[in-house]
Design a protein around this ligand. Structure first.
Ligand SMILES: *Cc1c(COP(=O)(O)O)cnc(C)c1O
Length: 429
C-alpha cells in the first residue's frame, strides 16, 4: 500500500523541482521518501500518515521552544489580527531591536531582514562598502546562505581565486572569495600577511553547524579577531544558527570574542521568516538611508514574524533556560554514546548548548576533511533505523542537530530505546 507521504512526494516532484523547496529536505543523502509533516506539538511531529516522531531537527534550529508553543502562537494570532503587513515602522520592531542589542552587546545597531541568506549577503555588502575593499574570506564547510559570493570553494592554493560551488555563480564573482580550512589559524595569518590590506571581511560560523558540528579550537576565533583588527577588516560572526542556540548571547558570549558584525536568523524568528544583521554603529551607519550602502526589504520587520520572534526571545530569557537546555542536549548525546558502546561501531558525539553533532568516526572531527572521513553509509543506516522507531534526525550525516526545551525524560527514554536497537542492528550487519 502506498503511503500518503509517498503519494505527496510523487506529485510534488512533478510541480516542485525535486519535490522540495530546499534541497536537503529531499532525503537525497540518506535515500528514501521525505516525510511530509502536518502537525507538531512540543518535541513531537506527526506526518501525513499519522506516524509520530520525536524531533531532533527543530526546523533546522528555530524551534528552540518546541513546536506550537502556546505563547508564541498567541502572539502571532494577536499580531495577525491587526494586519499582516504595513511596510512601515512599528513599535514592535523597536522592541525587538532593543532586545537584540541587550542580549548581544556587540550589536549597537541592527537591521531586520527576512532570512539568514539576506542577513549574510547584506553584511558582506556593508563590509565591502565600509572598507572600500573587495576580497572576502570564508572557511571550508561553513555555510552562509546561498548568495553568489558565498557559494564558492577554495582554489588550489591559499592565494588562488575561489571557484563557484554552484552553477550560475559567475567566476569573476567567486574570484573575490578566499576559502581557508576551518580552525587553521596559521593559514589565516599567512593570508593576512600577504593581502591583509585588500580584505574587506572575514565571515565565519563561530561554531560550525553546517558540516555536522565542528567546534572552534582554542585560539582560532582569537586569531581571526587579531588579524581583522590589525588590518582594519570587518569580522563577521555568522550566528544565524548559533545565536540564542549555544548560549543566550550566542557563540560570541561563550568564547568571549567581540565581532564587528553579527548575522542572526532561525531562532530570532521563532519559526517565522526573520533574519538580522547588526554590530558596530560606525559600520551600520553606512547603510541607506544614512549612508551609501543600499539594502532594503518589502517585508523586513514584518509584524507577524517579529511577534513570533519577540515572544521567543522573551521566553528564552527564563531562569536557567540554557542551563537546562545544555543538560538535556548532553543527556541526549551521552545516551547515544552509551547505546553505541556494545556495538563496537566507531561513534562519537558532542554538544554545545542546544546543538549537537553525532559522528560515525572514532573521534570528534575538528575540520571539514575529518568530517568527510566519517562513515556516511553507517550514518544512513542509523538514520533509517531511528526513523523507523519514530526518531526524526536530520536527513544527512553533515548537519548539526537540535534539542528543544520541550524534550524531556519521556522523549529521551524512547530515544534511547530506539538507539539501543539501531546500534544492535548496525552491529549485527
Ligand atoms: C541557516 C543558515 C544560513 C541561511 O539562513 P536561511 O534563513 O536559510 O537563508 C546562514 N548561515 C548559517 C550559519 C546558517 O546556519
Amino acid at each position: 500500500m502506498t503511503s500518503r507521504n509517498q503519494t505527496l512526494f510523487e506529485k510534488s516532484q512533478l510541480l516542485i523541482p525535486g519535490g522540495v523547496n530546499s534541497p536537503v529536505r529531499a532525503f537525497k543523502s540518506v535515500g528514501g521518501t521525505p516525510i511530509f509533516f502536518k502537525k507538531g506539538k512540543g518535541a513531537w511531529l506527526w506526518d501525513e500518515d499519522d506516524n509520530r516522531y520525536i524531533d531532533y531537527v527543530g526546523s533546522w534550529g528555530p524551534m528552540i521552544l518546541g513546536h506550537a508553543n502556546p505563547e508564541v502562537v498567541e502572539a502571532v494570532k494577536e499580531a495577525a489580527s491587526n494586519s499582516l503587513s504595513f511596510g512601515a515602522p512599528t513599535a514592535r520592531e523597536l522592541e525587538m531591536a532593543e532586545l537584540i542589542c541587550k542580549l548581544v552587546p556587540s550589536i549597537e545597531q541592527v537591521r531586520l531582514v527576512s532570512s539568514g541568506t539576506e542577513a549574510t549577503m547584506s553584511a558582506i555588502r556593508l563590509a565591502r562598502g565600509y572598507t572600500g575593499r573587495t576580497k572576502i574570506v570564508k572557511f571550508e564547510g561553513c555555510y552562509h546562505g546561498h548568495a553568489d559570493p558565498l557559494l564558492v570553494k577554495a582554489g588550489s592554493g591559499l592565494l588562488t581565486f575561489g571557484t563557484p560551488s554552484s552553477a550560475g555563480v559567475p567566476a569573476d564573482v567567486a574570484a573575490h572569495t578566499l576559502t581557508l580550512p576551518y580552525n587553521d589559524s596559521h593559514a589565516v595569518e599567512t593570508l593576512f600577511s600577504e593581502i591583509g590590506e585588500q580584505i574587506a571581511c572575514v565571515i565565519v560560523e563561530p561554531v560550525a553547524g553546517n558540516m555536522n558540528l565542528v567546534a572552534p579550537q582554542p585560539g582560532f576565533l582569537e586569531a581571526l579577531r587579531f588579524q581583522c583588527s590589525k588590518f582594519d577588516s570587518v569580522l563577521i560572526f555568522d550566528e544565524v544558527m548559533t545565536g540564542f542556540r549555544v548560549a543566550l548571547g550566542g557563540a560570541q558570549s561563550l568564547y568571549n570574542i567581540k565581532p564587528d558584525l553579527t548575522t542572526l536568523g532561525k531562532i530570532i524568528g521563532g519559526g517565522l521568516p526573520v533574519g538580522a544583521f547588526g554590530g558596530r554603529k560606525d559600520i551600520m551607519e553606512h547603510l541607506a538611508p544614512l549612508g551609501p550602502v543600499y539594502q532594503a526589504g518589502t517585508l523586513s520587520g514584518n509584524p507577524v514574524a517579529v511577534a513570533a520572534g519577540l515572544m521567543t526571545l522573551k521566553l528564552i530569557q527564563a531562569d536557567d533556560f540554557y542551563g537546562s537546555l545544555n543538560k538535556k542536549t548532553s543527556r541526549f548525546v551521552n545516551g547515544l554514546i552509551e547505546s553505541s558502546k556494545a556495538s563496537g561501531i566507531p561513534f562519537s558525539a558532542q554538544s554545545i548548548g542546544g546543538m549537537f553533532g553525532i559522528y560515525f568516526s572514532k573521534s570528534i572531527p575538528t575540520s571539514y576533511d575529518q568530517v568527510m572521513q566519517s562513515d556516511k553509509e553507517m550514518f544512513n543506516r542509523f538514520f533509517h533505523a531511528m526513523l523507523h522507531s519514530g526518531i526524526y534526525l536530520a536527513p544527512s550525516a553533515f548537519e548539526a542537530g537540535f534539542v528543544s526545551a520541550s524534550h524531556d525524560e519521556n522523549e529521551f527514554d524512547q530515544t534511547f530505546l530506539a538507539s539501543d536497537n539501531a546500534f544492535r542492528q548496525l552491529g549485527n550487519h
